[in-house]
Ligand binder design. Structure first.
Ligand code: 13P
Ligand code: SF4
Length: 302
């Protein structure tokens, strides 16, 4: 193990800290992480932990969600620059305008959103439970934000529900084009195409499996196929190569990298723990309102 990783693990014990890492993180972060997974898993872990400090190796909205779920814990984001451009595509004013255009419809927000936005939505979802969450509302029309592609993917799964989406998107997943999938299918006709639902509809439509990062990893593990094309962020492909060396994983294209997720390095994690920075704080009233939206999701996802 790396010298810095050893120092982090020692400090983690001394401070009763826990490290949560999203599977888009640089793979060396796993050496010190207590939990690695998708957004749903990490929010479940953030709600459960009895550590005093949570270090979140992920993007800002994830650390903010952890703080809302565990208000008495110190939540640290090692690099403050790690925001999510999709989450920043909608603010409270834009949300209110969107709701005014379609009054009295239930509003579902992707967890990739700010606490302010969550505080005025009915229920939250992640990519792994979005279909289940919309279904749980038992309605034929919903508003969905900010990710238009995840929203439209949900609509395609639920034949009788109209999903009205806000025009947000993930710049990293939109780099993947249908032509890239077709090229790979021609090159590797036996391979299964594994895709994240933040991708464009023309991409998800021609994939073999569409799911969250953890969903993709489980599918690959349980599949009898030996070769896979990974159409999501590089971190997932790196972990699949490490965990399933008997199978072959090919990243759809080299630039499917979320720069925001990649800010955190082991040095930053060490500094975060040592100096207890950067602490994420959420105003109490706001946190209380956003908590309702997140808790409803966790309840449905139990
Ligand atoms: P999941 O963790 O739900 O797969 O979402 C991916 C993502 O883009 C997180 O920002
Ligand atoms: Fe945001 Fe996309 Fe990066 Fe996820 S992959 S954090 S949605 S920019």
């Amino acid at each position: 193990m790396d010298k810095i990783a050893k120092k982090i693990n020692k400090l983690k014990k001394e401070k009763n800290a826990v490290i949560l890492a999203h599977c888009y993180q640089n793979i060396e972060i796993d050496e010190v992480a207590d939990f690695v997974g998708d957004s749903l898993y990490l929010s479940q872990m953030a709600a459960k932990t009895d550590a005093d400090i949570i270090v979140f190796a992920g993007v800002y909205f994830m650390a903010q969600t952890a703080k809302i779920l565990s208000p008495d814990k110190k939540v640290l984001l090692p690099r403050l620059e790690s925001g999510c451009p999709m989450a920043d595509m909608i603010n409270l004013e834009q949300l209110r305008e969107f709701k005014l255009k379609h009054p009295s419809l239930p509003t579902v927000c992707y967890i990739n959103s700010t606490a302010e936005v969550k505080s005025e939505c009915d229920i939250c979802c992640t990519s792994s439970n979005a279909v289940k969450i919309v279904e749980s509302l038992k309605t034929d029309k919903v508003l969905f934000l900010p990710d238009t592609y995840l929203g439209k993917y949900v609509e395609a799964q639920l034949k009788d529900v109209e999903v009205i989406t806000y025009p947000g998107y993930c710049p990293t997943h939109l780099r993947i084009k249908a032509e890239d999938i077709i090229d790979m299918k021609n090159k590797y006709p036996e391979a299964k195409i594994l895709t994240h639902p933040e991708c464009h509809k023309s991409v998800t439509e021609i994939s073999d499996y569409v799911g969250s990062t953890t969903g993709i990893m489980n599918y690959a593990k349980n599949s009898s196929s030996r070769q896979f094309i990974v159409a999501t962020e590089k971190g997932v492909c790196d972990r699949l190569k490490r965990d399933l060396p008997e199978k072959e994983f090919i990243l759809i294209k080299n630039d499917v990298i979320c720069p925001n997720m990649k800010w955190h390095k082991l040095d930053d994690i060490y500094n975060a723990l040592a100096d207890e920075k950067y602490e994420i704080k959420v105003n109490k009233d706001l946190a209380q309102k956003a908590l309702g939206c997140i808790n409803k999701m966790l309840e449905v996802s139990k």
